[in-house]
Design a protein. Sequence first.
Length: 268
Amino acid sequence: MTTTETATQTAPIDGGLRVEHPTEGVRVLVLDRGEHRNSLDLEVLTRLAHELALITADSAVRSVILTGANGAFSSGADFATIEYLSQLPEAEVAESLARHMRVVDMIWALPQPTIAAIDGPAVGAGMSLALACDIRVGSPTMALFPSFIRMGLLPDMGASWLLPRLIGEGAALELLLAGRPIDAERALRMGLVHHLSDDAFATALDLATTFAARPGAAVLATKRLLREAAEGDLARAADLEAGAQGAAAHGSEFADMFARWRATRSVD
């Protein structure tokens, strides 16, 4: 099943990005630069940042999928863009990259849960976009490729922060210095992807639809709680939980749903 077959509403490709609305509450962002294997130029990063800003402010969006078309997630930074930037003065390169790389922080900071559906390669900056999502689902053909070192470049788009956070500093350094592709099975063993599926998008959509059907305020608060708790110790986490739970227990979602839960003991 592809995003095109599943989507009930599909916007045209604009700036290398297609936006789909396959079901209520779910927004799908599809990198789509066919002949370029969904490489990332400044235009697609600008367009992606624009859509992420809209999603952040849209309470009707309950979960988000980021994926790529044409059998690839993303081949990474566009070669023409790399060549163009390399000819600019150093300060201009740094300023432009800093401005456009903020898109990865926008993905990380989205209040809604995010899922990367990875089919085929996710290279360099494309890998970083996938790692910035909360959950990653891969197909058997997926590969994460930290290719930066192969070009004499350094990790970017947040890879220097994301990889160590996910797998530890030593393992991250090994991957970044070796610069070898990480196939689906190894990515699963390392915890870089959470599910492998013959149809990564269908699995991601099932998860996103499940999240969208759960109580919206509780979903957002749960994601926020995990992020805040990760910055402290267990005692701080318990205090954060107490405050968040107190707010939830006085919210309308709890009042509406607790009686039904108590009556049915549903675990769906």
